[in-house]
Design a protein around this ligand. Sequence first.
Ligand SMILES: *Cc1c(COP(=O)(O)O)cnc(C)c1O
Length: 385
Amino acid sequence: MKKETLAIRTQTERSQFNEHSVPLYMTSSYMFEDSEDMRAQFSEEKEGNIYSRYANPNVTEFIDKIALLEGAEAGWATASGMAAVFTTFGALLSNGDHVLSCKSVFGSTHRLFTEILPKWGINHTYVPIDDIDSWEAKIQDNTKILYLETPSNPGVDIVDLEIAGEIAKKHNLIFVVDNCFATPIIQQPLKFGAHLSIHSATKYIDGQGRTLGGVIVGNQDLIDEIQGFARHTGPCMSPFNAWVLSKSIETLPLRVEKHSSNALEIAKRLENHPAIETVKYPFLPSHPSYEVAKKQMAYGGGIVTFNIKGGLEAGKKFLDSLKMLSLSANLGDTRSIATHPASTTHSKLTPDERAAVGIGEGMVRVSVGLEHVDDIWEDIEQALG
Ligand SMILES: *Cc1c(COP(=O)(O)O)cnc(C)c1O
């Protein structure tokens, strides 16, 4: 079946009422038939949910759907996207290990690399995202994971997953991709040699800004290690959030297609506006990695970034002039959202440091929503004015 059908026709859970829509299993634990059943489940001779930190029917249903859409063997769901990122590192890395990554990763992932993982003797090297030929020289004997985000947040930089997959294979690295901006509808990193694909389900998978969630899908042996770590450290997804997210998956293909067509149209109109210095969108021919984006992505996604002439003050003024677009930290919502990284998420960096991670002073990130594209544009245009 095609993705649109898989997203809808894969319900695995039904109760004795034979309901049409998946029921919600709000329970922290499950009963056993007798002491022998209990012994067998605890010793993993027999499958069972046992306790909702271990497994829950709604969470399992959610994981199975994402794994199916990504073409993955197995998966694990977590309380948030960052819980998924941290659980992956916590499960797979030990004292003395090293990670190769790029500076253009999500802000909290950058904090993990620079402030948290070093406490356990795990270090990293950032390689330039636009110079993949220089990466191999930075691989060390103790490098265990190649960790990439494409398209990246907030700069929508693109990494060639095929080449990265070849490097990982040659050097026997575990290749992990943060696939949050693309969703499984746009891009399936496992097809390009990634071993694990991670999502903040909070974003497009929820799609309406209601819940937090994270999910990791990929090779069974790695997921087994992640499951072992997560079951005993407790970053589990709530059954309620899993139920919301499972329902959301049914409309994910439709939403992603519309987010992408709206975003492409907004990007094109921005490119022709005199107040704009530069526009970055994966499916605009002016994107430095346009060819790579076309190769590995089905659509361009819903995020557009642009630099307004006039720098920091112009960026702030633009945000203050918006009437409909929300000023919010989320993305992937039905509602269009604008952020100004230089004065918010990246305000602690100097202008030079911001430039080094591709964030201009007047850079605005817009998560293009599902409102009518003309209404979105009207607001952006009047604010630019
Ligand atoms: C939001 C985000 C995360 C973190 O997800 P949370 O659900 O907020 O914890 C990780 N990676 C990317 C690319 C994101 O946009």
